[in-house]
Design a protein around this ligand. Structure first.
Ligand code: MN
Length: 738
């Protein structure tokens, strides 16, 4: 076979051209030192790969140059990332070692290249569950440096773009991995363009004929689509111009992959999908009028086109939990095609496109309880879209596991265990086995001795230390966060309490006998009332523990063996002595580190209840006030008077009731008030203190004050209220001034 001549001189010129093209897109690397470092990395890589060629016959160096260019241009990464992208294959494929990297460049470069080298082994497994497991482990490296993942995505994108020269086997393997792992990862990182390109490329190699077919059909129909959109938007544009709106209209076409997916998953024909359009009208409107303006545009659109009533989505009155605000409607075009129209302001559009990154800019936006992942992703996106190098350093310090709320830790044998974020060594012990949990006295994390309360992090190796003498403690309920561990601890505590109570019961039986009091439930109830315990079990328990002294049992009369107390017991048990606005019985807060019980009151500005994160603030005249950590005043108090702030934590007693306000809104409906009050008082058995409703033009607003035990109790109540048909929002009233 004839081999094409390779013009080495021309190749050298081409390599330099590509290198200069890289420098041109390195906008972040402006300083001379940075450019020198990129040059050095280029030279090291060039020499290391000098005798290597890609499958296509091209010099190997084209690949690292292209990956570095993607990192700089499409991901907007920094100099360190560009260096590492250039060097990414050197340790795996050439004479360069990790020590060389550290000596030539630095410690960070070494860590990243090490991560990149390790990842490449991840997919050499046949079955997908093993791959998924390895993928998870790979994500653990994120806690070292998030650049590893981003450079890996750039590497994968370039490999996908140049997959033509690979054997069919390799093409399929790489395309499948891409579909299975990398496209979803890009999606979760908010890198939508990269996700779409990866999916389209994967399809191109997996289903070449179908891919080509869709591409050809899209090209053929392009002119038709453009004409359709122009015609469709023409009357809308005229009307908006007349009304003096400033706006832009965007239309969206589907990706090849999403069309293919619809054809296969929903069994529809290409003709039914290719011209399913969504257009977006983005208004340049001030915040005060944006909502009203959106509705005016809605009315303009529906003047020309018939809307489908069941496809109106109003996320401007009530934004999605993700913070998404937009008004969507689907209207019928004259040719009988449905067109989705999205209407939003520029501010809303930025929120939708940039998610939480935008929330921080518009600081009046309500705080929504989204996962930490979103905040993290928003930061990544923000970094990728605008910022300075400092921001990327910030992510490094932000050592959260990537996927959701989970961490991955290892047993001494190397088995991987999944726990929720913030899980402690104690949770891990119960996760292994309840017996390990019951007898757990401490742990070794990465060979270092730590207490039970030690918070675990992804990648930790954990060994639990046990002792036969150890037994579950009340305090463990503050340490364990996983529901299963907490349940096991509660069961064990209850079991222990029962055993102790048995002794108390026996003591009471003997005392009754000697006083000639009969063993009747009516007498036991009288005792419970007199000592103000919750149940007979509590009564027995306190007798056994000696907090109720039966020798002092006096001041009662006997009638036919029935006991009757003349007056209420004078001396309260010491632990129930709490003053001021604190709830009536049971201690509620343990304040400070010594866990002593201190007088306190609950701040009116944020109304804390058990389960809320709280802190104590020493006031001048009113003792300690307990505030929620997200109280509107908290930041000021903590920053200006840090020395007056003390730690506070709820004790585990759940017997106390706290008053909380809830506000509702919804669609007015006959019987709605009835349904709501039924849920509160009958289904949930919650005491209601006040309730008010007001209906206006079919919309109602209501408020109710209820007594709950803690946030858990409250959240269950809120959830069941939300499930009532017609109820749109249920929110806690955070302060009396809300
Ligand atoms: Mn590579």
């Amino acid at each position: 076979m004839h081999k094409p001549e390779i013009d080495l001189e021309e190749e050298k010129r081409e390599i330099l051209r590509r290198y200069r093209a890289l420098l041109r897109v390195c906008h972040r690397s402006r300083s001379r030192t940075e450019r020198m470092r990129i040059r050095k990395a280029f030279e090291v890589t060039l020499d290391a790969h000098k005798d290597m060629r890609r499958k296509s016959g091209e010099p190997y160096i084209y690949h690292p140059l292209a990956v570095a260019k993607i990192a700089a241009e499409e991901l907007g990464l920094d100099t360190l990332s560009i260096l590492c992208a250039l060097l990414h294959d050197t340790v795996e494929d050439t004479y360069i070692t990790l020590d060389d990297i550290e000596n030539l460049f630095g410690r960070k470069e070494r860590t990243i290249i090490d991560g990149l080298t390790k990842i490449s082994g991840v997919f050499d497994y046949q079955n997908t569950s093993q791959q998924a497991e390895n993928f998870r482990k790979m994500l653990l490296t994120l806690s070292d440096d998030v650049r590893v993942i981003l450079i890996k995505l750039a590497d994968r994108l370039h490999n996908m773009r140049t997959l033509d020269h690979m054997s069919r086997d390799k093409q399929l393997k790489i395309a499948n991995e891409t579909m299975f792992m990398y496209a979803p990862l890009a999606h979760r990182l908010g890198l939508y363009h990269i996700k779409t390109e990866l999916e389209d490329l994967a399809l191109k190699f997996k289903e070449p004929e179908e891919y080509e077919d869709i591409v050809t059909r899209l090209q053929k129909t392009q002119a038709v689509r453009t004409r359709f959109i122009n015609q469709f938007t023409l009357p809308i544009r005229r009307s908006l111009d007349q009304q003096g709106f400033q706006y832009t209209i965007k239309s969206r076409t589907k990706s090849v992959y999403s069309i293919w997916n619809k054809i296969h998953k929903k069994g529809v024909a290409f003709e039914e999908i290719y011209d399913v359009f969504a257009i977006r009208i983005i208004l340049d409107s001030p915040a005060e009028t944006e909502k009203a303006d959106c509705w005016r545009v809605y009315s303009a659109v529906t003047d020309f086109y018939q809307p489908s009533p069941e496809r109106l989505r109003d996320w401007i009155s009530i934004p999605k939990s993700s913070g998404y605000e937009s008004l969507h409607t689907t209207v019928m075009s004259p040719s009988g095609k449905w067109v989705e129209v999205q209407i939003r302001s520029e501010r809303m559009d930025e929120m939708a496109e940039r998610g939480y990154a935008a929330h921080w800019r518009y600081k009046d936006a309500p705080e929504t309880p989204e996962s930490k992942l979103d905040a993290w992703l928003a930061q990544i996106r923000e970094v990728l879209e605008s910022p300075s190098e400092n921001a990327i350093e910030f992510i490094d310090n932000f050592k959260l596991s990537l996927f959701s709320e989970e961490i991955y830790v290892f047993t001494p044998n190397g088995d991987l265990k999944t726990l929720p974020v913030a899980a402690t060594a104690l949770d891990f012990a119960f996760h292994i086995h309840s017996r390990v949990g019951y007898h757990c006295i401490g742990a070794k994390v990465n060979y270092k001795l730590v207490p039970l309360s030690h918070k675990l992090r992804s990648g930790d190796q954990v060994e639990i230390l046990t002792s036969k003498k150890q037994r579950p403690k009340e305090d463990w309920l503050h340490i364990a966060i996983t529901p299963s561990a907490r349940q096991k601890i509660k069961n064990a505590l209850r079991e222990e309490k029962k055993q102790i109570a048995e002794e108390g019961k026996e003591m009471l039986r003997r005392r009754f006998a000697s006083l000639k009091v009969e063993w009747l439930s009516i007498n036991l109830d009288e005792m419970v009332k007199y000592y103000d315990t919750d149940t007979t079990l509590d009564l027995y328990y306190r007798i056994a523990k000696g907090t109720i002294d039966l020798k002092k049992l006096r001041g009662f009369s006997l009638e036919n063996g029935k006991i009757r107390f003349q007056r209420k017991q004078e001396e309260k048990q010491p632990e129930t002595r709490i003053v001021s606005t604190a709830p009536a019985k049971g201690e509620a807060l343990l304040i400070g580190d010594e866990r002593q019980k201190v007088d306190y009151s609950l701040a009116a500005c944020c109304n804390p209840i058990p389960g809320d994160e709280v802190f104590g603030f020493i006031t001048v005249n009113e003792g300690i006030k307990i505030h929620r950590t997200n109280c509107p005043n908290a930041q000021e108090l903590m920053s200006k008077y840090a020395y007056r702030v003390i730690k506070a934590r709820w004790s585990s007693k759940e017997l106390v009731q706290f008053e909380v306000g809830l506000k509702f809104s919804g669609i007015d409906d006959v019987g709605l008030v009835q349904k709501i009050t039924n849920i509160i008082s009958t289904d949930m058995n919650v005491n209601m203190k006040a309730i008010s409703f007001e209906a206006n033009d079919g919309i109602f607003d209501g408020q109710v004050r209820v007594l709950v035990h803690d946030t858990n109790h409250l959240n269950i109540l809120i959830d069941s209220l939300k499930s009532v048909e017609g109820v749109l929002t249920v929110d806690r009233i955070h302060s009396e001034f809300d």
